[in-house]
Design a protein around this ligand. Sequence first.
Ligand SMILES: Nc1ncnc2c1ncn2[C@@H]1O[C@H](COP(=O)(O)OP(=O)(O)OP(=O)(O)O)[C@@H](O)[C@H]1O
Ligand SMILES: [Mg+2]
Length: 252
Amino acid sequence: MLDVRNVDKSYGAIDVLRDVTFSVDEGAAFAVIGPNGAGKTTLFKVLTGEAFADRGEIVYRADSVARLPAWRRIGAGIGRTFQTSRVFPAFTVEQNIVVALEARGRSSGEGRPSWLRIAPSRGVVEEAARWAGEVGLSHRLLEEARFLSHGDKKRLELAMALSLRPKLIMLDEPTAGMSPVERSRSVALIARIRREFGLTLLLTEHDMDVVFDLADHILVLNYGQVIFRGPPAEIRGNAAVRDIYLGQDDDA
Ligand SMILES: Nc1ncnc2c1ncn2[C@@H]1O[C@H](COP(=O)(O)OP(=O)(O)OP(=O)(O)O)[C@@H](O)[C@H]1O
Ligand SMILES: [Mg+2]
């Protein structure tokens, strides 16, 4: 489904991604892990079109997308959530999802342009409520996003991403900052959504329990380079991976 070949990305003098190559099969759950600053979020940006690779190729479902703008990649079925929250704090849960749905309508050319209307159509509002239900936020529909718990904000972002009907969904640290209870609820939600919508999943995550619960493939980045690629069962015995993680423990 996704083929990433020899991707480089620099910011000024810093080489953030160096010759990154991997592929993700349709239906896989693929985790990208590595220390802070390893380049995980930058890799996501290069895949979604928020940033562009300096070199290399990105093939999504047999089409080269490396030079496509973000909105075209969203239209092709690449969706994502962000490491730091991007919900509109003064909008309700429902309004946030309506905004995402209206953006979908604009980029795909479906429906009447939203500037011709003062209020969203009833169909759009009903659909927003359905997406809220998918992530367990029905009871928070009319709550302003700024009053949501951290976990519920993440759920809202997931609903907004899902409403764009992705085939590949990329989650950047979906459980960061969560309590253990919120974290296991999130893992269950992500697993269910993946099954229900037949999604291919690409996630970054620092919590290894979450990685082992969700992922069937793991890629380890260190200073922008791939140092491991393979199934979870092989990672524990990998000396290079052990070194960078033990190195981190020594620093802490
Ligand atoms: N827009 C930018 N301009 C300059 N440097 C950047 C930019 N974005 C990222 N970097 C640098 O690139 C490196 C990788 O950053 P990135 O955010 O991709 O890491 P990460 O693996 O997601 O880290 P974390 O686990 O902390 O989220 C860091 O050294 C960072 O400072
Ligand atoms: Mg990051």
